[in-house]
Design a protein around this ligand. Structure first.
Ligand code: NAP
Length: 460
């Protein structure tokens, strides 16, 4: 691919093949024909959050893959190196770094935040990251999975992830068969005993973080009633939010508080505003309910607890209260935001750029924004990389096949683009077998690798 002594082609590794990594790779490739990119991912499949975060029933959003795939159009200049863990237990960062002029970290925000309340460690209490990973068939989440054997489930949070989780729990399983859900997950939803999903939102309707389209999606579910509990805040009239998006949310909630969509449906989603969980109650080590405090909006406009509590029965509690990033070996990390300090994507230590290291996506800006936000973000980071490349010096080791040989030294057999395409084809074949869906995910890592290597007729 390149000689170790010539500055060009410039070699860049992008670690993470989710939308942030791929938009950055695309901007790098478009920005300079002399740039070659290796997109590295610890999983055998590309697309990160599109594959493992976007809800399976959001087919339109998942179709962004059709645009992301184009990043790999020019095999002379871009490679996929899947199944490559960078860091402890895999190839150390500094070893990989030796082969590249620059490394862009696009590793996202992978950890669930916690509420810090008693009972959070009980079985049946999970973070949204773990719950979403399970239903998206993430290879690290193929264990027993959450039990859906009680009528009550509670979701904490007022973001789009909270709505995704509530919708997936309430949606009729027949609808889910038309998605890429792994068979074992689909069976769990088919057998689900969940009848009520209570969404606990600590502030008022005017403060919700979800977007209007996501909210309205709840109102279109078959056989699901959506009730709004707002302690009369909407009827009393809230100050009109400045943002159009928020005005639409308030309008929809106002309409629903008078006319609940899906009235009489078999399942129910209760949007409970001004409610905070204060304790999870257990029985035999498993969640059986949530003690909830009523909040009110004070004269200063701030939300405060009233001390008044009630208990909601629930066998499952999903906290969807945001994510935080994981520190990257050898790089600075801001624990308060869960991000790597940077300026326009250049990693900063004590205000100075850390030579050849860049960030993009959620590890750069925190877990906010929609998929498209990463395009602008990736363009900014790519511009910084492209501006710096001429003065980053020649890497001590070559790229191309030398990288593959180096990975093998660490016992890593990467999944290349052709391998991924075999795995992709195997999933599409499983979709044809189920019928009515584009693909069925293969979730177990070993089965993914078998399919990628063409070793077996993979099963999900
Ligand atoms: P988010 O939008 O930041 O929402 C987090 C929610 O958790 C907020 O409502 C927050 O309430 C609440 N919260 C935080 N700490 C809490 C606590 N201790 N107790 C109770 N509630 C607490 O995060 P997200 O839902 O994880 O979404 C992450 C990003 O992905 C967002 O930008 C989202 O729009 C995006 N996303 C988009 C889609 C889509 O477009 N379909 C789907 C999924 C995710 P406060 O506001 O009171 O702090």
């Amino acid at each position: 691919m390149s000689s170790p002594h010539s500055p060009r082609p410039y070699r860049v590794a992008v670690i993470g093949s989710g939308p942030s990594g791929l938009y950055t790779a695309e901007a790098l490739l478009e920005g300079d024909p002399g740039v070659h990119v290796d997109v590295v991912d610890r999983l055998p499949a590309p697309y990160g959050l599109v594959r493992y975060g976007v809800a399976p029933d959001h087919l339109k959003m998942k179709s962004v893959v059709r645009a992301l795939v184009a990043t790999f159009d020019d095999p002379e200049r871009v490679r996929f190196l899947g199944n490559v863990h960078v860091g402890e237990g895999g190839i150390p960062h500094e070893a990989l770094r030796e082969h590249y002029h620059a490394v862009v970290h696009a590793t996202g925000s992978t950890h669930d935040r916690s509420l810090g309340i008693p009972g959070e460690d009980l079985a049946g209490s999970v973070g949204s990251g773990a719950f979403v990973s399970w239903y998206c068939g993430h290879p690290d989440a193929t264990g027993a999975g959450p039990a859906l054997d009680r009528p009550g489930a509670v979701v904490v949070g007022a973001g789009n992830v909270a709505l995704d989780v509530a919708r997936m729990l309430a949606r009729p399983a027949e609808d889910l068969a038309a998605t890429d859900l792994h068979d074992a997950v689909l069976d769990r939803f088919r057998d689900s005993a969940v009848e009520r999903v209570d969404v606990l939102i600590r502030r008022g309707p005017q403060h919700a973080r979800f977007t209007p389209a996501e909210l309205r999606g709840l109102g279109r579910l078959d056989d699901v009633e959506v009730r709004v509990h707002d302690d009369g805040v909407l009827a009393a009239g809230v100050e009109e939010p400045a943002e159009r998006r928020m005005r639409q949310v308030v309008d929809t909630l106002t309409e629903w508080s008078a006319h609940p969509p899906g009235a009489g449906g078999r399942r129910r989603i209760d949007l409970r505003f001004l409610r905070s969980p204060v304790r999870l109650l257990g029985e035999g080590g498993r969640v059986r309910g949530v003690e909830v405090e009523r909040n009110e909006i004070g004269p200063d406009g701030r939300v405060r607890g009233t001390g008044e509590t009630e208990v909601i029965d629930a066998g499952l509690v999903v906290r969807a209260i945001g994510y935080t990033g994981e520190p990257i070996d050898g790089l600075p990390f801001d624990r308060s935001t869960g991000t790597v300090p940077h300026e326009a994507g250049r990693v900063l230590l004590g205000g100075e750029p850390v030579r050849g290291n860049y960030v993009t996506g959620w590890i750069k800006r925190g877990p906010t924004g929609v998929i498209g936000t990463n395009k602008v973000d990736g363009a900014e980071t790519a511009a910084s990389v492209l501006a710096d490349l001429p003065r980053l010096g020649t890497p001590p080791r070559p790229g191309g096949d030398a990288v593959l040989a180096r990975l093998r030294e660490y016992g890593i057999d990467p999944v290349l683009w052709d391998d991924w395409q075999r795995l992709d084809a195997a999933e599409i074949a499983l979709g044809e077998r189920r019928g009515g869906t584009e693909r069925v995910k293969i979730a177990e890592r070993a089965a993914m690798l078998d399919a990628a290597r063409g070793r077996t007729n993979a099963t999900p």
